[in-house]
Ligand binder design. Structure first.
Ligand SMILES: [Mg+2]
Length: 275
C-alpha cells in the first residue's frame, strides 16, 4: 500500500508564530526513510516552498498558492503526467488563473474597498505583517496565480466576493490574509489531480492523509482518506465535522509531528475511506 501525505504549512507543518518546523523533524525523517511522497499544499508561492524544501531536505511535488498550480520536479519518480507544461525544472499543471488577471481586478476595486495586496507592498511591509524575514517576504511576492490582501473594513468581504464572482474570481480566508484567486482553483481540486496521477502510475491502492488548520484547508481535508486537523494556537480547532477526522493534540509543528507519528505507527492498519 502506498501512502501519500498532503500538508498545509502555516499553522500546520510550520508554527503560526515563528514558522519553525524543527519539532516536526522526527516525523519528517520517517517520511523520508519510508519514501512517502510529502506534498506541501499551501497558499505560499513556489519560490517560498523551494527554500523550505531545501531546508527540509526533500524534493517532492508541491501544490502552491491555494491550489493555483502543481509543480512536479522534472522526472519525479518517472511519473507519466498529462495536461502539463514545462517550466524551469518543473512539470507544471496550472489550475488557477494568471496573477496579472487577479491583480487587474484588485487594482480596479482597491479604492472602493480600501484593500492592499502583496503587489502593493514592499518586502519590508510584508515582513512586518507576517513576521517573515525580508528575504522570505521577497519570495512571497513572486506570485503566479493568487494575491493575498488585507482590507480596512472586513465587513465588506461579502460584497467584494460578489464582485469577484462576477469576474470569475473568488476570495478565501487563510491564517493571516484573504486571498483572491481564480474561482476554479482550490486545494481539493489540486489534490484530486495529484492523487489520480499517482494512482494511474502506481496502479495500486493509495491512502491519502491531509493535514491542515484553517478554512482554506477544508477542500483538502474533504478530499483525503484521513483528514487531520491541527488546532490553531489561539482559536483552537476549526469547527468542522468530517468522517474519520483525526485531531492533532497541539498546534503547529509539534502537533503535526505527533499526529503523523501516530498515523505512521498505524501504517499497516490504515485503510482507504469506505473500504
Ligand atoms: Mg494554515
Amino acid at each position: 500500500m502506498q501512502v501519500i501525505i498532503f500538508t498545509d504549512l502555516d499553522g500546520s507543518l510550520l508554527n503560526h508564530e515563528d514558522y519553525s518546523f524543527a519539532e516536526a523533524t522526527p516525523s519528517l525523517d520517517r517520511i523520508k526513510q519510508f519514501g512517502i511522497p510529502l506534498i506541501i499544499t499551501t497558499s505560499k508561492t513556489r519560490r517560498e516552498v523551494e527554500l523550505l524544501q531545501w531546508e527540509m531536505g526533500i524534493r517532492e511535488p508541491v501544490i502552491v498558492e491555494n491550489g493555483g498550480g502543481i509543480f512536479f520536479p522534472r522526472g519525479y519518480r518517472n511519473l507519466l503526467i498529462e495536461n502539463k507544461e514545462q517550466k524551469d525544472d518543473y512539470t507544471v499543471i496550472a489550475i488557477g488563473t494568471t496573477y496579472s488577471r487577479v491583480r487587474d481586478f484588485l487594482e480596479k476595486i482597491s479604492v472602493q474597498f480600501d484593500i492592499k495586496g502583496f503587489g502593493d507592498m514592499a518586502p519590508a511591509e510584508i515582513a512586518e505583517l507576517t513576521g517573515l524575514s525580508i528575504e522570505r517576504a521577497a519570495l512571497a511576492k513572486e506570485r503566479e496565480f493568487t494575491e493575498p490582501f488585507i482590507m480596512e473594513r472586513p465587513d465588506d468581504i461579502g460584497l467584494l466576493s460578489d464582485l469577484a464572482a462576477g469576474e470569475g474570481l473568488k476570495v478565501t480566508r487563510g491564517g493571516r490574509f484573504h486571498h483572491l484567486m481564480g474561482k476554479e482553483q482550490d486545494k481539493g481540486v489540486a489534490i484530486r489531480i495529484v492523487r489520480d496521477i499517482f494512482r494511474i502510475n502506481f496502479g495500486e491502492e493509495l491512502t491519502t492523509i491531509g493535514l491542515g488548520d484553517s478554512e482554506n484547508d477544508l477542500a483538502m481535508l474533504e478530499q483525503v482518506d484521513i483528514p487531520v486537523l491541527i488546532p490553531r494556537s489561539v482559536k483552537g480547532y476549526l469547527d468542522i465535522r468530517l468522517p474519520g477526522l483525526v485531531r492533532a493534540r497541539e498546534p503547529g509543528c509539534r502537533g503535526w509531528n505527533e499526529a503523523v507519528e501516530r498515523l505512521l505507527n498505524e501504517y499497516g492498519k490504515v485503510t482507504a475511506k469506505g473500504s
